[in-house]
Design a protein. Structure first.
Length: 61
């Protein structure tokens, strides 16, 4: 399984290194970064919400 993942990663690196793929990626990189940032912010908010909820439950229990 490890070798399958290694081969997959090497294939992706090879494809991303192609100039035509790099041109397409550079056109949408801002969208990928914004989406990733939104997902990370949502995940962070969920962690804070869970912490505050648990804190309140233990405080008032």
């Amino acid at each position: 399984m490890t070798s399958v993942v290694l081969i997959w990663d090497l294939l992706l690196i090879t494809l991303i290194a192609l100039p035509s793929v790099q041109r397409r990626l550079s056109a949408v990189v801002w969208r990928v970064e914004r989406t990733a940032g939104g997902i990370l912010m949502a995940f962070g908010c969920w962690i804070v919400w869970q912490f505050l909820h648990e804190f309140a439950v233990r405080l008032y229990a």
